[in-house]
Design a protein around this ligand. Sequence first.
Ligand SMILES: [Zn+2]
Length: 257
Amino acid sequence: MPSQRAQPSHVCKAEKLLRRIAPEDFADRPIYLLSRSAVPRELWLGNAVGFTWGALDYVLRPELESCGLWGGRGFACAISIVAILRRARVTGSSVLGTYISTALHEAAHHLESNPLLIQDSDLPLTLAAGREVLKRQALSAESFVDEDPPWSTHDLRWHRAFAHLRYRAMKAGADQVGIHVNAGSRYGLSSMGHYDRVFAREASKLRRESIRSVLRWPMPEEAQELFDADVAIWHRATRYTEQQNQQRMVTAEDAAR
Ligand SMILES: [Zn+2]
């Protein structure tokens, strides 16, 4: 029976796995897998299980320095252990598998957006602006204001990075990675299983390349077709729902006359 308590070893195992499956991407850089308590309350995104954002490492530098954790620029994400425990309980997954899946999810964001390319001279601006953006996002997450399509921050490029990380993690024997992940159907697209299939061939072929290098290869046609079809279906369904809602409003107004 897997442990249902998050332990510091989960953080160590997730970091070790990331360094093993994407050694070049994380070489010589710190990996900050932070707990919710390490993030100022006003910057946390609603009920998020975890999150990362652009240069989150630099944005949280004051907090990291104050507890002696700052070791230079690197990948930072925050993960709520309470939310991990809840999700593991609901889905029947192991706590470790859920923790690692979340760390891979956030790592895919970091690798596809490559915030380490931000110039040092721009960093003071990034610190102030980053905290403002995070505060706004936290507020909108709390008030459920989100007019963008559900996949807008989890597009095909992110799914590609995530599919490659998952493939490598599973080959490395990671426990239960890939079950109940936040991907695919959670963002209005086909299931992650479908995305795994369209990236399977290149995930095997390019398994020794860095993820950043993988992302520079032309997108596999099959993957692009799947994503385009998903987006078209989502727009059709959204238009249909809007028409239905308008129709209901007209009917209700007619009945009120
Ligand atoms: Zn995400």
